[in-house]
Design a protein around this ligand. Structure first.
Ligand code: PBG
Length: 324
């Protein structure tokens, strides 16, 4: 045999010099669930190790993330049912939980990127991302609410707003509203290619935000499809998105690769709650090595073409990368 591919794998040094993908802590974004209170770290049963944090605790974790080299945090507010209504009006409250949390984190760690979710579901008594009426999700009536929500978040200090609602035309509506309000430097990460996935289960437990009726299939994408991913990317690019996201992550690596090739914009991938919960559950049973499988998952997302990776394992991964 003249050709032996194993020669390039013979030692740690050989493997390192020929490695094609290098995951860095700076590729990572850490999602944080926040709630009211003081000194509260409220565990989430289906997301072992992840907690709903009061603002002071969220600030601590944000500081930790920054020290570890993680680039940003993505904030998700968990609200009591009493603050939810059909139009999600609490989302616009300048003194609301999310807005206060943005200000506190910005004051403590100004360099850390704050990415905020734009969608009705954490605020909606119907648990949908848009306005629900008689079983329908109303696209055009939802747009001004999303636009105002993004402005409220930018006003509080968000660096990047991330519409995750999948209404048509929302990126353009948000860009116009931000610009009109003077927030021309607030970026938009569009959850552009977001599938109607069963892997979001633990996230909905965390926020108690599951739809009260129906599902999200009339707005989130059909997992059988990939051509429409390109359509969504091209549209959001034209509407002014700064990043485009594919979500979930691992089950959609083919989509990440395709999106990477279809656009010059940075691509994000969301290693979602169900993907993280699977790793935790299997490792709790002694069936998988959590750390090794986490690193392999995140490296695979990066190899497929994701520049930014949203993951509940961001702090763990950053720690591991720092110790290498
Ligand atoms: C809400 C939103 C969801 C996630 C991020 N933003 C859930 C959903 O669409 O139902 C899921 C994230 C995860 O599962 O980790 N618009």
């Amino acid at each position: 045999m003249r050709i032996r591919p194993r020669r390039n794998r013979a030692s740690n040094s050989m493997r390192s010099v020929v490695a094609e993908t290098t995951l860095k802590a700076s590729n990572l974004v850490y999602p944080l669930f926040i709630r009211e209170g003081d000194g509260v770290r409220d565990p989430i049963a289906s997301l072992p190790g992840i907690e709903r944090l009061s603002i002071d605790e969220a600030v601590r974790d944000a500081e930790k993330a920054h020290l570890l080299g993680v680039s940003g945090v993505a904030l998700f507010p968990a609200l009591p049912e009493s603050l939810k209504d059909p139009r999600g009006k609490e989302s616009l409250n300048p003194e609301g939980l999310l807005q206060r949390c943005i200000r506190s984190i910005k004051a403590a760690v100004p360099e850390l990127m704050i990415i905020t979710d734009v969608a009705l579901d954490p605020y909606s008594s119907d648990g949908h991302d848009g306005i629900w009426r008689d079983g329908e999700i109303l696209n055009d009536e939802t747009l001004p609410i999303l636009a105002n929500m993004a402005v409220a978040q930018a006003q509080a200090g968000a660096d990047m707003v991330a519409p995750s609602d999948m209404m048509d035309g929302r990126v353009g509506a948000i860009r116009d509203a931000l610009d009109k309000a003077g927030h021309t430097n607030t970026a938009i990460c569009s959850y552009c290619v977001k599938y109607a996935s069963a892997f979001y289960g633990p996230f909905r437990d965390a926020l108690d935000s599951a739809p009260k009726a129906g599902d999200k299939k009339t707005y989130q994408m059909d997992p059988r499809n990939v051509r429409e991913a390109i359509r969504e990317v091209l549209l959001d690019e034209e509407e002014g998105a700064d990043w485009v996201m594919v979500k979930p992550g691992l089950p959609y690596l083919d989509v990440v690769r395709l999106v990477r090739e279809a656009t010059a914009l940075p691509v994000a991938a969301y290693h979602v709650s169900g993907e993280f919960a699977m790793l935790k559950a299997a490792s709790a049973n002694g069936w998988l090595n959590y750390e090794a499988c986490l690193m392999e998952s995140l490296t695979s997302l990066h190899r497929a073409g994701a520049d930014a990776i949203f993951t509940y394992g961001a702090l763990d991964a950053a720690r591991i990368l720092g110790n290498r």
